[in-house]
Design a protein around this ligand. Structure first.
Ligand code: AOF
Ligand code: ZN
Length: 379
């Protein structure tokens, strides 16, 4: 009804619309780098009825707001728009979203995260406010979810590194299987699907050279319908000494990036289609500087990186303070103790589970297995 008042800011209807914006954004996460995957929902300002919604398009453009407003057409006049990130204000390949919001006649904007990109950084909000759009921050819970959703984007802007997730699969006793020339499965189908979904939602998957040698993995997303969401495959090899016959190189897509500190042993890869050698220079210790490695992949556009390396790679990221999320997939069966090793080099799961650096964010069953997600307390 036309005479009804606008919805109050804190209402179950607004909360549901905010959750909808987060949900929509999730659909393209891992497919928009170097841009964030933003969610936008256009709704009737009085009833909350959804008029249109969109995520940032694959490849990063068009932006979410432009797509949602395009779909809403004339119905955007006087409507409410919810966005997970402050709308942009810069002229890129497309005109700014903040201008599109004003031009469409939107009456009210509710946003989650602020955009730290120096081209935006508050200017998007200032623009809409100066043009008569009421702009309000969402609830603290919505803002927190948006901040985690866009952490890859904000870390790439502020620390020049991607959001890093470290994933490990362990047996019921907490041990990692020793490689035997091919990947060993200690979790069932449901956890395996969850692991492939993590790949689909990443921009890059990373392993250490030792995992390539021990397991010879393909590192692709093989979920039905999501095969084209396989991220770039990154191998850390200080001397570029990866076996050229490894399965990783059987296909040119997705690309493989070898991050090394000395490329002189990597001549087999020079000019090879689908392979890039990223030489970040040797460190004093002879081991790769992980922070520099992260800065290099971020410079190439990576905003979300999934570490699927072995225990020593996982440990390296945690010790360097580079693990934003640690995901433990725990199987129901127990391995022969001869066939297992501690998940983090010489340390067990307590390195994360008992550390003040991490907090348990989520723990759930996946078939007979259990998935625990620990989040860094630094964010
Ligand atoms: C939005 N909505 O859906 C996204 C935004 O290179 P461009 O021109 O596409 O701009 C990329 C920047 O725009 C990116 O760094 C981030 O600040 C913002 N992303 N903004 O309003 C969106 N993906
Ligand atoms: Zn935009």
């Amino acid at each position: 009804p036309d005479d009804a008042a606008p919805l109050p800011l804190s209402s179950p209807v607004i909360d549901a619309l905010c959750r909808r914006a987060l949900f929509v954004a999730q659909t393209n996460i891992g497919a928009t780098s170097p841009n964030p995957s933003v969610g936008a929902v256009v709704a009737d300002a009085r009833t909350g009825e959804i008029i249109a919604s969109a995520a940032t398009a694959r490849g990063g453009r068009p932006h979410a707001e432009v797509l949602a407003l395009r779909e809403a057409g004339d119905r955007a006049k006087g409507a409410l728009i919810i966005t997970t990130l402050e709308p942009c204000s810069h002229f890129g390949a497309t005109p700014p979203c903040s201008h599109a919001i004003v031009n469409a006649g939107i009456s009210h904007l509710i946003y989650g995260s602020l955009d730290p990109d120096t081209r935006v950084a508050g200017r998007g909000l200032a623009y809409v406010a100066q043009h008569g759009v009421r702009a309000s921050r969402g609830t603290p819970a919505f803002v927190r979810d948006c901040d985690w959703l866009h952490l890859g984007h904000s870390l790439r802007v502020t620390e020049r590194r991607p959001f890093v997730q470290v994933k490990l699969a362990v047996d019921a006793a907490g041990f990692v299987p020793l490689g035997n020339g091919k990947p060993v499965f200690i979790t069932g189908d449901v956890a395996r699907a969850a692991a492939h979904l993590l790949r689909a939602r990443a921009d890059a998957i990373l392993v250490g050279r030792k995992t390539v040698e021990a397991d010879d993995p393909e590192l692709t997303c093989r979920l039905p319908g999501l095969a084209d969401r396989s991220p770039v495959r990154v191998v850390l090899a200080s001397r570029c000494n990866v076996p050229p016959a490894a399965k990783l190189f059987a296909n040119e897509r997705p690309p493989v990036w070898i991050v090394c500190g000395d490329s002189s042993e990597g001549t087999a890869f020079f000019g090879r289609p689908g392979v890039r050698v990223l030489d970040i220079g040797a460190s004093l210790t002879g081991r790769l500087n992980l922070r520099l490695a992260m800065m290099r992949v971020a410079a190439e556009g990576t905003t979300r990186l999934l570490v699927e390396g072995g225990p020593s790679t996982a440990r390296g990221f945690i010790d360097a303070g580079l693990a934003d999320e640690v995901i433990i997939m725990r199987g129901a069966q127990t391995l022969d103790p001869q066939a297992g090793m501690p998940p983090f080099g010489d340390r067990g799961l307590d390195l994360v589970a008992a550390s003040p650096q991490f907090t348990l964010f989520d723990k759930r069953k996946a078939g007979a297995d259990t998935i625990s997600i620990y989040r860094s307390t630094a964010h």
